[in-house]
Write a protein that binds this ligand. Structure first.
Ligand SMILES: O=C[C@H](O)COP(=O)(O)O
Length: 250
């Protein structure tokens, strides 16, 4: 059975004190057993966050990592470094990385390969831009991102993949894909995986929706058959909103 997951991507928010405060509130909450809850603080707070939630059912993920094992890459962080502070989950391919840091599918394929060499779980993000949807090419764009960014993995690697469909036009804009639009794309993603791998793999992979998910719309989106949870940005910075989203599964 595929997992229900709610992951909070804190992006470049929360210093150490704020991280501690937010985690303290989350730790005081009852996390439903049926849902995997993740948080992705900035690099500087990963070790602290990992230690802080050690005895709680909260997973800590990194927001990015470099594709190389080590070397002269000023400002970068490797998979081995993440593993050394306990981090086994990494978000790759977020649209902000693609847009502001020039990450393309080929680079992401390298990052994914490195993550698997280090036995990490990858939360792989992708999604079309507004212009793509306006031109009716959202399915082609998404298929291309999957084919060139992550479809090089082996069937077995899918056990360590979580997909996050995030239409760029819905991120941080307050504009959400309708539950029907999300379901339509998620079903397409599952069909595409079935075609390239197998029905069994397509059925098992968790596909999260991301883009302006809030307490008020989460239940309707998560209620769709092929939506297995959400990757939450803004609303994950407020413990009450985040927990309302965690509890939005019916
Ligand atoms: O990683 C999270 C997504 O970018 C969604 O962000 P948002 O919930 O603020 O729209």
């Amino acid at each position: 059975m595929r997992k229900q997951i709610v992951a909070g991507n804190w992006k470049m928010n929360c210093d150490l004190a704020e991280t501690e405060a937010l985690l303290n509130v989350l730790k005081s909450q009852i996390i439903p057993e049926s849902t995997q809850v993740m948080v992705a603080p900035p690099f500087t707070n990963l070790q602290h966050a990992f230690q802080s939630v050690k005895d709680h059912p909260i997973t800590v993920a990194a927001q990015n990592m470099h594709q190389a094992e080590n070397g002269a890459y000023t400002g970068e962080v490797s998979a081995a470094m993440l593993k050394s502070v306990g981090i086994k989950h990494v978000i790759l391919g977020h649209s902000e990385r693609r847009a502001y840091f020039g990450e393309n599918n080929a680079l992401l394929a390298e990052k994914v390969a490195t993550a698997f060499r280090y036995d990490m779980t990858v939360i792989f993000c992708f999604g079309e831009e507004l212009i793509d949807r306006q031109h009716g090419r959202e399915f082609d764009v998404v298929k291309d991102q999957l084919k060139h960014g992550i479809f090089q993995i082996s069937e077995n690697d899918w056990k360590q993949v979580i997909l996050a469909y995030e239409p760029v036009w819905a991120i941080g804009t307050g504009e959400t894909a309708s539950p029907e639009q999300a379901q339509e794309m998620h079903a397409f993603i599952r069909r595409t995986i079935a075609e390239h791998f197998s029905e069994a793999t397509a059925k098992e992979v968790s596909i999260l929706y991301g883009g302006s998910v809030k307490p008020g719309n989460a239940a309707e989106i998560f209620g769709k058959e092929d939506v297995d949870g959400g990757l939450i940005g803004g609303a994950s910075l407020d413990a009450e909103s985040f927990m309302a989203i965690v509890n939005a599964f019916k």
